[in-house]
Structure formats: C-alpha cells, structure tokens
Design a protein around this ligand. Structure first.
Ligand code: PMT
Length: 403
C-alpha cells in the first residue's frame, strides 16, 4: 500500500518522540520512503542518529545543516513529499503552522510544501483543550490540514485526559487512509465481524472459542486504508482501528442483533467472527456450585446462524463468509457457499501451523460460487485482508458506489 510513497516526517519536542521512531520503522516496513525533519527540542529526547538509522536517510534539524543531497533543503524536501506528517505535533508547532511562522527547518518546510499535511497532536491535556490550541487546530483544518484526534489516558506529566500521541499503528492506518482516498473501496460501507462469541453458563462462566479477533481487525484496517467506511462488530478487546465504528458484543445473539441493524447500510459484509453454534439452554442466575456427583450436564441449544440469515435477506450486499475447518476444508467451504448464499468464502484449515486462531498470519483459500478459487501462501493477516479485498473489488457490480 505505501510502497514507494514519499513521506516527510516532522518531529517536534515532546516525550512521545520515541513513538515517532516506531512510526518510521512501520512505514519503512511497508516500503515507504521516509525523510525526517526534527526541531532542536525534539533532539533533546531522541538523537537524530536514531531517525537517520531507522529511516536510512539523513535527518535535518537546522536550516544551516550541510546535507548536500537536498539542494536547498526546505524547498527540496517540501517538493519531494507525497505526504507531510507532523508527529508528535506540539502546541508550539501547531501555533506556528496556524500563524504562518517559519523560523526553523520544520516550520519553513511545512510552509513551503504543496503536499497534504497530517498533524498528530501530542501534549499535556490542558494545553490541548486550551482555547488557543483548539482555535489553531480549527484554523489548520479549515486550510485542509488533516488532524488526528489525540489519544485519551494517563500522560507522562501525571494528568489524565486527551493529548496522547495516537499509537503508531493508528497513524499508519491514517496515512494509508490518506493514500487510499483515491482507491478502490471509497464510497463503500464495509461491515466486519471479529472475535469469538461467549455464551454464558452462569454469571462467571461462559463457553467460548480461541478466536482473538486479529483476522477481523486486519480486515477492518485494510478496508479503512482503502477508503471504505467501516462498522466492526466485535467481541475482542483489541485497540479499535482508527476511524471504524466499533460495536462491542459478547454472545451470538448480541452479534446477530448488531449485524442485522447494520446490514441494510452495508455494501460488503465480511463475517470473520467465530460464532458459537450452540449456547446453554438455561443460564443460571447464580454461580453454579460444585455438587456431590462427578459430572455436570449442560444442555445446549442451537444459536441462530447469522450468516445464513444474512444470505437469505441479501439485497445488494457482497457477502463474504469464513470457514474454519480441521479437515475436508474445500468440501465444507463449498457447502457453506451454497447453504448461506455467499459471494465468496475464505477457508482456513485452523490446524495448520501459522493459520487460524490467535496467530499473526493465516493460510487461506478463496472460493467462489462459480467454482473458481485462489490459494494463498502463509501471509500476515493484514496481507490476507488486502488480497481478500482485491478479489472483492474485482467482483463488485459496476454500479457499486464509488466516490
Ligand atoms: O480471530 P483470529 O484469532 O484472528 O482467528 C481467525 C479465525 C480462525 C476465527 C477466522 O479466520 C475464521 O475462520 N473465522 C470463522 C470461524 C467460524 O466460525 O467458522 P465456521 O466455519 O464455524 O462458520 C462459517 C461462517 O458462518 C463464518 O463466517 C461464521 O462467522 C458464520 N457463522 C457461524 C455460525 C453461526 N451461528 N453464525 C454465523 O454467522
């Protein structure tokens, strides 16, 4: 997604500078080219050499550094950038950008660029909520700058509130989202389910499964990065993908209700969640105590098959199911395509090493109602998600909504 994209990262002086190092590393892993401009204050937290090594490019701090590679540095860097990211962005740089002050390398380069600018604020909560900062951010927004919401939580200064630098993974998603704006899922609403359902036995126990939610979250992130709007119905406690509407549920019945409520507005539905086929027929209202006999019987009853219901009510949606199997993968997956009226199924043998539950990678086959199929190697779940959307996009009706 980011291969070959040219990103200038402006780093200003705050405790969150260390996260910017991780950000550069993540961008480089995605094969983006990154050049870093630091303010003098930023260098008090992390040495330029660290960014130089991670970015594999010289780092500029002063207007008067002698880096011959960039002819007149601020102009050359400004022109080179496909995207300018300021992270962490202190109240000071936000104020300078809003007021048009160009008194160092970073503020001068930002002023000289025609590239879009993504600002990731990070500062003490009181500084962030201060009317001047809010006004400056509004000014920048009005001029077309992209502003990320800071995270909320305990700050290095001991206060709790808004002002934490968004996590590097969220910034990467926002950057991908920027480059995806002209891409293929723009204008589509994607509904994704993730995680394993929990079926209550009593107030403290449940029947669950091994799904971590990683596959579903990777799908949600890929959809966002390609410009879609996303509703994620999830049982998992992973960090929410930036920009997604996340609906937390526990049981299959709760998931069913959330999915049905979001179904009409969805263009593409991807059911990566592992839904319990059965739930206890009776949920004890008090904790079940040990009895004298050695066994305990819990009678189960069938849960609704959410995907099958979606298939039977399908109007315009492109419906993608998953099949988690331990044997006869293709046969069962084909059966599910027909039974649940799917447009595509992602089949994974959850016994294979590197595939299925809890892993960072997956090994999947895509199968389609016309009998065609594609088999993927072991890939990170995020790459599986992108390959999945490559297939979906090829099959979306020509009149599918595109911006
Ligand atoms: O979450 P991770 O740890 O990353 O693991 C990923 C995964 C293994 C959970 C994922 O890759 C996967 O295979 N998800 C589907 C798991 C599953 O429930 O498979 P199934 O073959 O039992 O169900 C088939 C399809 O019907 C699935 O899309 C499922 O969401 C849906 N279903 C099943 C039962 C039910 N009552 N309602 C449903 O909607």
């Amino acid at each position: 997604m980011l291969a070959g994209k040219k990103i200038v990262l402006g780093v200003t002086g705050g405790i969150a500078v260390y996260k910017a190092v991780d950000l550069v590393s993540r961008l480089r892993k995605q094969k983006a080219e990154v050049k870093v401009v630091m303010t003098q204050s930023a260098t008090k937290f992390v040495a330029p050499l660290t960014f130089q090594e991670i970015s594999a490019n010289p780092v500029v701090v002063s207007m008067w550094d002698e880096i011959h590679e960039y002819s007149i540095e601020h102009i050359a860097l400004a022109a080179w950038a496909d995207l300018f990211v300021v992270a962490p962005a202190t109240a000071n740089i936000i104020g300078k950008m809003a007021a048009g002050i160009a008194d160092d390398m970073l503020s001068t380069t930002v002023m000289a660029t025609n590239a879009p600018v993504l600002v990731c604020p990070a500062m003490n909560s009181n500084m962030y909520t201060n009317a001047v900062t809010q006004q400056n951010l509004a000014t920048l927004k009005g001029r077309g700058f992209f502003i990320m919401e800071p995270g909320y939580g305990l700050m290095a200064c001991g206060t709790t509130g808004p002002g934490r630098l968004p996590e590097p993974a969220e910034i990467v998603t926002a950057i991908e989202g920027h480059f995806a704006r002209s891409l293929d899922l723009r204008g589509n609403h994607v509904l994704v389910t993730a995680g394993g359902t929990r079926e209550a036995i009593d107030p403290v126990r449940y029947i669950g499964n091994r799904s971590s939610g990683k596959m579903g979250y990777a799908i949600a992130e890929a959809a966002l990065a390609r410009g879609a709007s996303v509703t994620l119905v999830s049982t998992a406690s992973l960090p929410s993908p930036a920009g997604a509407t996340v609906i937390k549920v526990e049981s299959a019945e709760e998931m069913r209700q959330a999915v049905m409520a979001a179904y009409d507005a969805a263009d593409i539905v991807i059911k990566a969640a592992a839904v319990a086929d059965y739930r206890p027929m009776i949920v004890a209202d008090k904790k079940i105590k040990k009895a004298a006999d050695d066994s305990l019987t819990i009678v189960l009853q069938r849960n609704p098959d959410i995907l099958q219901e979606l298939g039977s009510r399908k109007t315009h949606q492109f419906l993608v199911g998953f099949a988690a199997e331990t044997h006869d993968l293709e046969a069962y997956a084909k059966e599910k395509i027909a039974k649940k009226n799917l447009d595509m199924i992602v089949a994974n043998d959850v016994t294979a090493s590197g595939a299925g539950f809890g892993t960072e990678t997956n090994i999947v086959k895509f199968l389609f109602p016309d009998g065609s199929k594609a088999e993927l190697a072991c890939l990170p779940k995020r790459e599986v998600a992108d390959k999945l959307f490559d297939e979906v996009v090829k099959r979306l009706p020509a009149n599918a909504r595109q911006a």
